[in-house]
Design a protein around this ligand. Structure first.
Ligand code: AMP
Length: 397
């Protein structure tokens, strides 16, 4: 079965066509600048050269049409016709409390996703536009919504309630939801597999460290806590997001800088994290290079980042009363050899021992702790598109 995986943003659309039997990626690509001048589609068919198509994309429906044309093109296409696309899996950022698992999309599901727009105003409306455009172009193809928040819906009340007046939860559903759920789910299952065990027998901490980052506690297969909250702003220090801070800082800075709460929100999301701290970049490679050159702020940003991850690992080892495995994933987690070693420095009290040689790996599934280590450390590349394709295939077949 060929599954088209769609990740739709407000002006972009990422896609992969995956054969669910072989799990091979037949083609992948990206539409950029949808609705803006200079729209471009980059299409990469497996085993063939990348194609760049510069053509106007006034809206997402046009973009989806171009994606289908690229996939079925006689030259750079990978299937003969639309009939060979058996289902579409859509990444949806926020499923609120309504969705604890992936679902086949129908009109009722669309309404329920729309009802979560308030909780993710930048993401959910864009996801819905992507779904509606696909339904317009492929009215007879079954579609599935896979939610970033769903895996975390097993969290107990004590983990998801904030220390706020309960009426905010009652009136506005203000609570911890968590994000990157598809990745935490995939990586925790894969970590168990690499250890020759099932997830149901293990306590696993997943550190998804990318430009955005989150840590989660997966106790015997169920998420019991995660670092992101109502929005992806909470938790560890990230590329451009502050992570957890004293909430009183917002009012303090608004007054000092004469900015509005919305402007402050923008600072916290886009100008903070290791970017704001280092004044160098949000890209960890640039910050590492600057730190190597003796830039003290860059080193301080890296140190604070590693420390913030180590603190969450400690918190989640406590939450689960132990931990069997800690898995590192996403851009930084999979590739930053030094970063994993720095974080492991904090974990001696758990009996962890990183193996310097095994840790010398980028983007590869591997146990990176010594045989004597009491807690297994692992590098596990995430694959959210494959996870979405698997869940879509399972629901439509
Ligand atoms: P993601 O959001 O998962 O795509 O991750 C993006 C982040 O991964 C960026 O900040 C990159 O700097 C970081 N990254 C990618 N490769 C490396 C590397 N070799 N060393 C350190 N960081 C890396």
């Amino acid at each position: 079965m060929n599954i088209l995986v769609i990740n739709c943003g407000s002006s972009s659309l990422k896609y992969q066509l995956i054969d669910s039997e072989t799990e091979a990626v037949l083609a992948k690509g990206l539409c950029e600048r949808i609705g803006i001048d200079g729209s471009v589609l980059t299409h990469t068919p497996a085993g063939k050269d990348k194609v760049r198509i510069e053509t106007p994309m006034p809206n997402h429906t046009v973009a989806v049409k171009l994606v289908i044309d690229a996939l079925t093109d006689t030259g750079h296409g990978v299937v003969k016709s639309l009939d060979e696309i058996n289902a579409v899996g859509h990444r949806v950022v926020h499923g609120g409390e309504k969705f604890a698992c992936s679902v086949v999309i129908n009109d009722e599901v669309l309404k329920a996703i729309e009802a979560c727009n308030d909780l993710a105003p930048l993401h959910n409306p864009a996801n819905l536009i992507g779904i509606n455009s696909c339904r317009e172009i492929m009215p007879n193809v079954p579609m599935v919504a896979v939610f970033d928040t769903a895996f975390h819906q097993t969290m107990p009340e004590k983990a998801y309630l904030y220390g706020l007046p309960y009426e905010y939860y009652e009136k506005y559903k203000v609570r911890r939801y968590g994000f990157h759920g598809t990745s935490h789910d995939y990586v925790s299952a894969r970590a168990a597999e690499l250890l020759g065990k099932t997830r149901e027998d293990l306590k696993i901490i997943v550190c998804h460290l990318g430009n955005g980052g989150s840590v989660s506690a997966v106790d015997h297969g169920k998420c019991v806590d995660t670092s992101m909250g109502l929005t992806p702003l909470e938790g560890i220090i990230m590329g451009t997001r502050s992570g957890s801070i004293d909430p009183a800082i917002c009012d303090f800075i608004c007054q000092k800088e004469n900015i509005t709460p919305a402007e402050m929100n923008n600072v916290l999301n886009k100008k903070s994290g290791v970017l704001g701290m280092s004044k160098v970049s949000s890209d960890f490679r640039d910050i590492e290079a600057a730190a190597d050159d003796g830039n003290k702020l860059a080193q301080a940003a890296l140190d604070a980042f590693y420390y913030s991850v180590a603190k969450y690992i400690g918190a989640y080892a406590a939450a689960m009363n132990g931990v069997d495995a800690i898995a590192f994933t996403a851009g930084v987690g999979e590739n930053n050899i030094l970063g994993r070693a720095e974080i492991a420095q904090y974990l001696g009290y758990l009996g962890t021992e990183i193996d310097t040689e095994k840790n010398n790996v980028r983007g590869e599934d591997r146990v990176i702790s010594t045989d004597a280590s009491k807690v297994a450390l692992l590098c596990v590349p995430t694959n959210e598109e494959l996870a979405i394709a698997r869940q879509t295939a399972a629901l439509v077949s």
